[in-house]
Design a protein around this ligand. Structure first.
Ligand SMILES: [Zn+2]
Length: 443
């Protein structure tokens, strides 16, 4: 690293995010605490948030279970867990009641969910939440992945909203300077764009590549197909989607470095990231209370007071973990893996949920596939959009794929194939491998 960068970084950190430096230091002072100590400190923060909810937030003020949890002495997590999960529909129907009476003094800003699983939701978030949660946890995630402050990164992003936010204007230039980051818009991935990305990686030789999982998948296939030489970064962070095993394996082989899974959302910021041991995802008890209940992920950000959301049901499924202990020495593992967005579950002929990942598995190890998307619009039918480089090979394996789909979805399922030149990303910029449009029936 250029030694001149360090003082500049500190100035940028203090100017752009005055509270983030202290919050990052705090994360470092918490991360190796015992499970008991972490639990105590985390529940103290949760208790403080609950007090705020019953005093200042109309939705919670007269809500008996929330009052019971907030007033329990000693604080009882059991009473907290009695609060019903908060769905997006509840927030939509009661938006104003979730806004804290003292929101204005917290310099709140508006944020929206990505909308990949339905209509976007608008949220109000404290300026302090942005600095102590969103920014500090990004710094912490980078540190945990092995990127020190000031080392460079290439960000391969694919959301139109984030792209506009991150690639224009003076403050964004400063932000990219702070993260020592080259930001590449991957909203559309043409061959020219993929060559550009490879050239950018070879030119900048980043310590870290931070990318949408879908971009990694397309990019690593492209690099393999075209035999391109690329620089190995120290590490790759995959985010904003399910990191399927085959994508991780191919990306690690192509780039010759570990690929770590990160999970987060606009609603609550970065929630968790793997370390190189891959034993599960490390959560951040200093800023979040994370639960897995019946496979569903419930999230409570401990830092947002303008519009606090208790036990927010984000619509993702996670595999629970038996112990927070990781062999890296931290006691912060929260869940083993994200099972996939709600939208990635299909319905078989009996109405049962079928993981989209299981359908994706039926397409593993078929090198004629460049891109695909499996869509269910109605019961008993699947539509598969396919970009292929070898139509004859596809024809020879088509029956085999269809029989695997039928094993999962029922023997009467009709499979329709659309052979196309390209598959565009969704409106939010995320490329969805699997889309189920039978939304009203989801549990
Ligand atoms: Zn670990």
């Amino acid at each position: 690293m250029n030694p001149m960068r360090k003082p500049l970084l500190n100035i940028l950190l203090r100017t752009l995010y005055p509270k983030a430096g202290a919050a990052f230091s705090e994360a470092l002072s918490w991360e190796y605490l015992s499970a008991d100590e972490l639990h105590q400190r985390q529940t103290a923060r949760l208790c403080k948030l609950l007090q705020h909810c019953i005093q200042n937030v109309p939705y919670y003020r007269n809500y008996p279970v929330v009052n019971e949890a907030a007033l329990s002495r000693p604080f009882s997590l059991e009473t907290f867990r009695a609060i019903p999960p908060l769905t997006k529909d509840i927030i939509r129907s009661n938006y104003d009641a979730f806004v804290s009476d003292d929101a204005q003094k917290r310099r709140p800003y508006r944020n929206t969910s990505g909308g990949s699983s339905g209509r976007p939701l608008v949220f109000l978030q404290d300026r302090a939440h942005y600095e102590t949660n969103v920014v500090a946890n990004k710094l912490y995630s980078n540190y945990l992945a092995g990127k020190a402050l000031g080392q460079n990164e290439v960000a391969l992003w694919g959301s139109d909203i984030d792209i506009r936010k991150n690639s224009e204007g003076v403050s964004n230039s400063l932000r990219n300077l702070f993260y020592n980051r080259v930001f590449i818009n991957c909203f559309e991935l043409t061959n020219d764009k993929l060559y550009d990305i490879c050239r950018a990686i070879n030119r900048h030789r980043p310590t870290l590549i931070w990318s949408y999982v879908e971009v990694l998948d397309v990019l690593s296939r492209f690099i393999t197909t075209h035999g391109i030489e690329v620089q190995s970064p120290r590490v790759i962070i995959s985010t904003a989607g399910t990191l399927h095993k085959h994508i991780r394996a191919r990306t690690q082989a192509v780039f010759g470095c570990p690929v770590l899974n990160q999970y987060g959302s606009r609603e609550v910021g970065t929630v968790a990231i793997e370390c190189e041991r891959h034993e599960g995802l490390h959560t951040f008890p200093w800023t979040h209370y994370v639960e897995v209940v019946d496979g569903r992920l419930l999230l409570t950000a401990l830092t947002n007071y303008s519009m606090p959301l208790l036990r927010y049901d984000i619509g993702d499924f996670a595999q629970p973990i038996s112990s927070p202990q990781c062999s890296c020495g931290r006691n912060t593992l929260g869940f083993r893996s994200i099972e996939g967005r709600t939208i990635e579950f299909f319905r078989n002929e009996n109405g049962d949920l079928v993981s989209g990942q299981a359908l994706v598995h039926a397409l593993y190890f078929r090198d004629f596939i460049e891109k695909f998307q499996i869509v269910q619009e109605e019961y008993g039918a699947l539509r598969v959009r396919l970009v292929t480089r070898d139509i004859h090979k596809f024809e020879s394996q088509r029956i085999d794929i269809e029989s695997k789909f039928r094993e999962l979805m029922g023997c009467a399922v009709a499979v329709e194939w659309d052979i196309v030149d390209d598959i565009p990303a969704s409106g939010s910029g995320k490329f969805l491998y699997t889309r189920c449009k039978i939304r009203d029936r989801f549990v």
